[in-house]
Ligand binder design. Structure first.
Ligand code: FES
Length: 118
């Protein structure tokens, strides 16, 4: 999908979604909140502000349907997915992707990271 010429400009330079879904205890897929994503989202939001990253919005999201690979983070408009487990991982994403415009390659999910069939 591409933008139409008369679309308004993007409202945010980067829109970051951090899955904060909490599934039932013992669910076979697990959930991002059970792996600590709420704390990571709070940290990411605060650090993005401290770093003065213009046009970056960090939002909590419901289930992004890649639970097995969580905590999951996806950044638009690029549509790049990350698995972030620690605050150091969040720091890498903030620096590599959102500050320098590159990628935190060691944390990226790829097309090979697919959800197993039930
Ligand atoms: S619980 Fe986070 S992707 Fe499903």
């Amino acid at each position: 999908m591409t933008a139409e010429p008369d679309d308004p400009p993007p409202y945010f330079r980067a829109h970051v979604f951090v899955c904060c879904n909490r599934g039932p205890d013992g669910h076979r897929r697990g959930s991002c909140a059970a792996r600590g994503s709420e704390r990571l989202r709070d940290y990411m939001k605060a650090r993005a502000k401290e770093l003065g990253l213009e046009g970056v919005r960090v939002n909590m999201a419901g289930c992004l349907d890649r639970c097995e690979f969580g905590p999951t983070v996806v950044i638009y408009p690029e549509g790049v997915w990350y698995n972030a487990r620690t605050t150091e991982d969040i720091d890498d994403i903030l620096d590599a992707h959102l500050r320098r415009g590159g990628r935190a390659r060691r944390l990226m999910l790829t097309e090979r990271d697919v959800v197993p069939k039930a």
